[in-house]
Design a protein around this ligand. Structure first.
Ligand SMILES: Cc1ncc(C[n+]2csc(CCOP(=O)(O)OP(=O)(O)O)c2C)c(N)n1
Ligand SMILES: [Mg+2]
Length: 338
């Protein structure tokens, strides 16, 4: 989807297959990381307030899946969604302004970090409520089916959402009604302080999907190439067969759950081990080893991305605080967004 570098696409029957430039993929992951590092800094300076859930370590999932979607496909996410929104094409300026609570933000400054939303890019939200997006994605899939188009709904959620009733209801209905929904589980093995293994009686999530007759697979979410390849198969299946698919990406968040979390529930050694698999570092090393990326090109990428980040901070800082007089807008449905 939208990007600084151009992605090349080529057609292949029966479903379109994208060929995406490796440098572009790396740049997209770096854009997420650098943008979020800046939000961390601005949070500590109290420029950004409220909750802030960062995505460090999980970038290969957002990039590896969303890059394979079409721009008309819908995306519904959770509260760790800054990267999802960015790769869906939402501008960094409007994301940063939203985090600052400015009127120029993608949700008019009303949502903040957990509620990014952009109709133009079919990004139907972030949400603070765990598993909230799943039934919404079923509804979106149903709408696309009834409209008779070939759009699909991609629903992104964490392992914690699998414990919720909505997961089971949504998988069941999407399967029963044959809806074009990609259920994308970012399994980072923790739901706040709850380790995955203590939360699930059945830790094989693909088996759970199978119990609803939803086809599924699992992939190493730290490896951008693996995610790209598996998500392409999954997306093509949903689009062509018009049936749901469950894709589990096993990943890890390098930072705390949110800005308030002493992280007593996981050993420091474990974090260190996962950091060895940093998707940006491993992909950078791979491209350099293969001679696809020179040191100077890498420097240039970081320079460009950092300029984009700084520009977004400037945009947010210069943005408009909503005046008191309009604070009650949007309470009723006819108060449309201007
Ligand atoms: C319905 C609901 N229950 C509980 C919470 C509190 N809560 C916020 S984040 C979270 C953890 C969810 O973990 P996961 O889905 O694995 O996503 P991750 O944070 O790991 O990306 C919980 C339980 C909530 N927001 N909504
Ligand atoms: Mg989790």
């Amino acid at each position: 989807m939208a990007t600084p570098d151009k992605a090349t696409t080529k057609s292949k029957t029966p479903v379109k297959t994208k060929q995406i430039d490796n440098i572009h993929l790396l740049t997209q992951m770096i854009r997420i990381r650098q943008m979020e590092d800046k939000t961390y800094e601005m949070y500590t300076k109290q420029k950004i307030r409220g909750f802030l859930h960062l995505y460090d370590g999980e970038e290969a999932v957002a990039v590896g899946v969303i890059e394979n979607l079409d721009k008309n496909d819908g995306i519904i996410s959770n509260y760790r969604e800054h990267g999802h929104a960015l790769i869906a094409g939402v501008s960094m300026n409007s994301i940063m302004a939203e985090m600052y609570g400015k009127a120029e933000g993608c949700s008019g400054g009303r949502g903040g970090s957990m509620h990014l939303y952009d109709k133009e890019h079919n990004f139907f939200g972030g949400s603070a409520i765990v598993a909230n997006g799943l039934p919404m994605a079923v509804g979106l899939g149903m709408a696309y089916k009834r409209q008779g188009n070939d759009r699909i709904a991609c629903c992104i959620f964490g392992d914690g959402a699998v414990d919720e009733g909505e997961f089971h209801e949504s998988m069941n209905l999407a399967s029963l009604w044959e809806l074009p929904v990609l259920f994308l589980c970012e399994n980072n093995f923790y739901s706040m302080g709850m380790p995955f293994k203590y939360a699930e009686a059945e830790t094989d999530l693909v088996k759970k999907a199978d119990s609803y007759r939803v086809k599924g697979s699992r992939v190493d979410g730290m490896d951008i190439m693996a995610v790209l390849s598996e998500s392409e198969k999954a997306i093509n299946y949903v689009r062509k067969e018009k049936k749901p698919y469950f894709l589990e990406c096993q990943t890890y968040r390098f930072r705390a759950h949110s800005m308030f979390d002493p992280e007593r529930y996981r050993p420091k050694e474990e974090v260190k081990e996962w950091k060895q698999k940093d998707p940006i570092k491993t992909f950078t090393d791979r491209l350099q080893k293969d001679g696809e990326l020179t040191d100077s090109r890498l420097k240039e990428i970081y320079k460009q991305v950092n300029e984009e980040v700084e520009a977004s901070v400037k945009f947010a800082e210069e943005g408009t605080d909503e005046p008191l007089e309009t604070l009650t807008r949007f309470l009723y449905s006819d108060d449309s967004i201007s």
